[in-house]
Design a binder for this molecule. Structure first.
Ligand code: 0A1
Ligand code: ZN
Length: 858
């Protein structure tokens, strides 16, 4: 019997093994008879030999019942060998016709064609098309698709696929059919079809060249009224991509479908985006301000893929960041343009540090362009997406806005209609700007978060600053080369509180970089990595007093927020009295009250770092001390500043439903204030929370009040929790919030409550959102998930193994928290490892989970 690791290595796909496809498929005609239990798919592929070779045509397939295979009209007796079908083709081209049957109802993996509510819907990225029919299912095979969808007219009145809608047929027996033609060649992962009872919110967009595009967002009839925010975001995205990147939409129709059961956020299928409903449906009753922003961000992301991903696609899955890093960067730019850019940047950095930094520091560390994988589904990671976006942002910083735009123009000009590599992208940037990016390319190859260590020495009016970079070893990469990083910094006068001179953009390329500043008249402090110009950790000595000073004076909003974070981390790493932190927060609140800072920024700045982030700073995460110290600091901040919190709450609560930056900022600050007030624990605070809950005009305020109460043991908590469920029963996206808020409670009974919730009638392992809402959220509750007796780990592993039998992709994601075992004390580490071993040792576990568990144990 082979051990798990050997089996994994045998299944490993390596970048170095890449070879162009042996056969191309210029055209695909699909005829699909939709049926929930047994859908028949007939494909007609024209295939042409690619290059001078005699190799057969190899097709991928999974869970297909193969009924008939014809080559040039003649039946062939080929028998699939597992997930491969090999067809000998004598000539250099042929027509291959294959008929298969598939079973959407039992497709619980949600890859390929599956059922969600009463719909049939597809998900093909990365390797789902092979679950619909036999095909060379790789992104460098681009085809023109014609798709005829047929089904019962009452059950499937709406039939959608990619491209433009063509002929409709009315058939006998209450059936009908529609044919869709996509004029743009595309890889199979961008194929989509949807059938079911859907209603649409419709609109239109006229492009920069006067082309009229019909827009439709499809959902259940009852939800059409909740699509307007998504529609506005779609139109804004179309306009933005024209203005900022010169990119125009290229079909007469753009359709979006919202579904309840979806493995990821959304999918950019050509002309037919499919969305997780939580990123489409939004109104002030049911969606928080953060949800509204997420809807706009994801709508923009998928729309932007039309150029970065679809018109120019990836040669192979190792190049995933080519489309994802670039598209995340573009959606971040878009969102920054829509609202408060400073707060958006802080949020982006917060997300990167919460998910990607730990990934880079753990057993699953990989470069933004990985060079091997077993299951590609495991590489849709924060590294590929979010660090990938940071790498694109660094290029933008290095080349400047105009240089970057010249680069993207050239990239589109050179590669439109092609499947290309990250190297092609960087080469276009070089060619358009004349910059040499040889060293910069290392960002694509090297995993891990670099550290920049800063020292300064003052001699009279001269200041010398030394910046040293380093990058620790990661799995498979014992030694690293120096990175090329843009590092923005400035000096802040310690007396004047003003910036001294201009901000500098320093390009760090060597191990050490020395900067000299002359003619300084006052003591100065360093404002470092402004705007988070490089995705690195910065280590720089600074006293608490200096950090507090910067938190009040730095003119770069990110650096100002960062100063407060550093001060918080410094204080929370000790049992010291947190008075420096209390004072700095008081000063920030005073700046807000005086109108010198906007409330959204204040709301961000006065939040303490999460327990997880505090843990990430230490060599060994001390779960209990972190929790105790942070709670003590929260209590002090709440008690000492109680009048200020009341003032902030009174000023900013009850802002109505407006979605402008001012109103959103006010709600943010009011909710932070309310949480501190409830922490301070007065009867008035509980009453205020109850009042805010009952009178809430928005979900932001309602869930804000509930979150403030959730850690308490009070009748108000229980009443609001019960009301919340009753009020929103039946609305899945909102009931998810009800599960999450309980899973995140710091109360001692949280694990027990989660166990109760796992048995709740609304809990199901089949819905990825619900699984994330309860089990995923619980695993992010540092204090309670990491219970010293290992009960949290056992709970997670139990659920993981149960989901694996249903949906391996969802299951594999749950392994990530256990993979961090090396960061915890020996006792917890052993308990986490034991669960990973149990998972890896379970018979029949999926390769998705096996890869994650085995790598975590390595
Ligand atoms: N390309 C999509 C993400 C995505 C990836 C895999 C999926 O399979 C379940 C679904 C969606 C995006 O970046 O939005
Ligand atoms: Zn994407």
């Amino acid at each position: 019997m082979l051990d798990a690791r050997t089996v994994l290595q045998m299944n490993e796909v390596r970048l170095s093994d890449y070879r162009p496809p042996d056969w191309l498929v210029p055209t695909v005609a699909l005829d699909v008879r939709l049926d929930v239990d047994r859908t028949l798919v007939t494909s007609r592929l024209t295939v042409t030999r690619n290059g001078d070779h005699r190799r057969p045509l190899r097709l991928d397939g999974q869970d297909l019942e193969t009924r008939r295979i014809l080559v040039d009209g003649a039946p062939v007796e080929a028998v699939p060998n597992g997930e491969e079908l090999v067809l000998a083709i004598p000539g250099d081209s042929a027509v291959v016709e294959i008929e298969v049957a598939i079973a959407p109802r039992t497709n619980t993996r949600l890859m390929g064609l599956y059922g969600s509510d009463d719909l049939l819907v597809t998900q093909c990225e990365a390797e789902g098309f092979r679950r619909i029919t036999w095909f060379p299912d790789r992104p460098d095979v681009l085809s023109l698709y014609t798709v005829r969808l047929e089904g019962d007219a009452a059950q499937f009145p709406i039939l959608l696929s990619n491209g433009d809608r063509g002929a409709a047929e009315t058939l006998d027996g209450g059936r009908h059919a529609v044919t869709w033609t996509d004029p743009w060649p595309k890889p199979s992962y961008l194929f989509a079809m949807v059938g079911g009872q859907l209603a649409a919110l419709r609109d239109e967009f006229v492009t920069m060249n006067g082309r009229r595009v019909e827009l439709a967002i499809w959902t259940a009839a009852a939800d059409v009224g909740r699509c307007s925010h998504a529609m506005a975001a779609l139109k804004a995205s179309m306009d933005w991509d024209e203005r900022i990147y010169g990119r125009e939409y290229d079909l007469d129709q753009f359709n979006i479908v919202a579904v309840s059961d979806f493995n990821a956020g959304a999918m950019e299928n050509k002309g037919l985006n499919v969305f997780n409903s939580k990123y489409i449906l939004a109104d002030s009753e049911t969606a928080t301000d953060a949800d509204f922003d997420a809807v706009a961000g994801v709508v923009a992301h998928e729309y932007f893929h039309n150029w970065t991903g679809n018109r120019v696609t990836c040669r192979d899955w190792f190049q995933l960041s080519l489309k994802e890093g670039l598209t995340v960067f573009r959606d971040q730019q878009f969102s920054a343009d829509q609202g408060s850019a400073a707060v958006r940047r802080i949020d982006d950095v917060r997300a990167l540090r919460a998910v990607q930094f730990p990934e880079d520091a753990g057993p699953h560390a990989h470069p933004i362009r990985p060079d091997h994988y077993v299951e590609i589904g495991n590489f849709y990671t924060a590294t590929v997406y979010n660090k990938g976006a940071e790498v694109i942002r660094m290029l933008h910083t290095l080349l400047g806005r105009d240089g970057f735009r010249r680069g993207t123009d050239l990239y589109f000009e050179r590669h439109d209609g092609q499947a290309v590599t990250c190297e092609d992208w960087v080469a276009a940037m070089e060619a358009a700007t004349g910059r040499n990016l040889t060293q910069f390319r290392r960002w694509y190859d090297q995993a891990g978060t670099p550290t920049v260590t800063v020292h300064m020495a003052r001699a009279g009016r001269q200041l010398t600053v030394n910046l040293a970079q380093s990058l620790a070893a990661t799995p498979g990469q014992p030694s690293k080369a120096m990175m090329h990083m843009p590092f923005r910094l400035a000096l802040i006068g310690r007396d004047s509180g003003r910036r001294i001179g201009d901000e500098r953009l320093v390009e760090l390329t060597a191990g050490e970089t020395r900067l000299v500043f002359e003619d300084l008249d006052e003591p100065v402090l360093l404002s470092l990595n402004r705007g988070f110009s490089a995705p690195v950790k910065v280590v720089a000595p600074a006293s608490r007093a200096d950090l507090a000073f910067l938190a009040g004076a730095d003119d770069d909003p990110f650096a100002r927020w960062e100063a407060m974070q550093r001060l918080s981390l410094d204080v929370l790493a000790t049992d010291d009295d947190p008075h420096e932190l209390v004072d700095a927060i008081a000063a920030t609140l005073a700046d807000g009250a005086a109108g010198r800072l906007d409330p959204a920024f204040v709301g961000e700045a006065v939040l303490l770092p999460t327990e997880a982030f505090i843990g990430d700073q230490a060599s060994v995460v001390d779960v209990e001390s972190i929790h105790r110290r942070r709670e003590a600091a929260r209590a002090a901040i709440a008690a000492v500043l109680e009048p200020q919190w009341w003032q902030a709450w009174h000023w900013h609560s009850g802002t109505g439903t407006a979605l402008n930056a001012g109103a959103k900022g006010a709600r943010r600050l009011a909710n932070v204030a309310l949480a501190y007030l409830v922490t301070a624990g007065s009867a008035e605070a509980l009453a205020a929370a109850r009042q805010q809950y009952d009178g809430a005009a928005t979900m932001t305020d309602r869930i804000g009040a509930l979150s403030a109460l959730i850690n308490t043991d009070t009748p108000e908590r229980d009443a609001c929790l019960a009301d919340f469920y009753d009020r929103f029963a039946g609305n899945g996206d909102v009931i998810d919030k009800w599960f999450t808020v309980q899973a995140l409670s710091t109360r001692a009974d949280t694990l027990e409550q989660v166990q109760v919730l796992l048995r709740h009638k609304d809990f199901t392992l089949h819905n990825p959102n619900r699984l994330r809402a309860l089990v995923g959220a619980f695993a992010a509750n540092q204090r309670r998930f990491h219970a010293a007796d290992g009960s949290g780990y056992r709970l997670l592993a139990d659920q993981l193994l149960a989901v694996d039998r249903i949906n391996p992709q969802s299951a594999a994601r749950l392994a990530v928290p256990l993979g961090r075992w090396q960061r915890f004390d020996a006792g917890r580490g052993a308990l986490m490892q034991a669960q990973l071993q149990r998972i890896a040792g379970t018979a029949g576990v999926s390769k998705d989970v096996m890869e994650m568990a085995t790598r975590a144990l390595a």
